[in-house]
Write a protein of this length. Sequence first.
Lengths: 125, 132
Amino acid sequence: MKKNILIRGVDVGVYRSAKAAASLRGITLGEAVNQALSEWVKRVEPLTLEREVEQNLEFIRSSWDDLIKYKGKIVVVAQQKLQGVFEHFEEARRVASRFRVAHTFLVDRKPMEKVIELGPEMEVR
Amino acid sequence: MAQKWKYDETFTPPAAVVKAKLCGQSVNLLVDTGFSGGVLIPFWMFERMSLLSYLTPDEYYAVMADTRKIRLYTATGVLTLRSKKHTVNTHSSPYIDKKIVGRDFLKRFLLTLNGPKSELIVSYPTTNHEAP
């Protein structure tokens, strides 16, 4: 689906060079904007996600002395908060599924950093 | 009780691949003994399985052969092999586009790579690690 949008504050120089570059490649400026925006999202999205994961982990690390009181129970941490304490994974999963990013785990030992080996032929983008 | 799969001929030379269900979705995982984790899947698949909502608090990093270190998102998934369910650490990264099964999962089984018959045989020695 396509949509017509008005974008305010576009730099005239950037607009002119983008229009010229699109024309040279035989594509419309709209197609060029689509390509540029999807590339930008691909680049930025993992960083946003990584920040959200890091914030949850920071909460878990800094609140560990409180979390360990729930040893043997399942907790859900999302949006840098303890969202709930549960007896069973099923209940915890129901709550966790409301969040795109959540840490859902059995409180047991202090979380650790672990290193995984990848084979020599593994390629990273 | 053993399960057999023909090598996947889309690889050159043909490669051992486990055909399983991960979180209810069919997935073909390349057997990779150089990978020390459980299962590694592409990030779009990890997201589609909603595994970002069930991350583990342990921080996993992958070390590449050239010593680069990248963060892996890790959740506990359920891998079904011939109706038997196994919990498995499922890793993913937006920067790695592979479907592989590694030593942390494979250590639970007896694996035979029958080269002349182009066949992978997985035997189940015990019922350890089965998901509830």
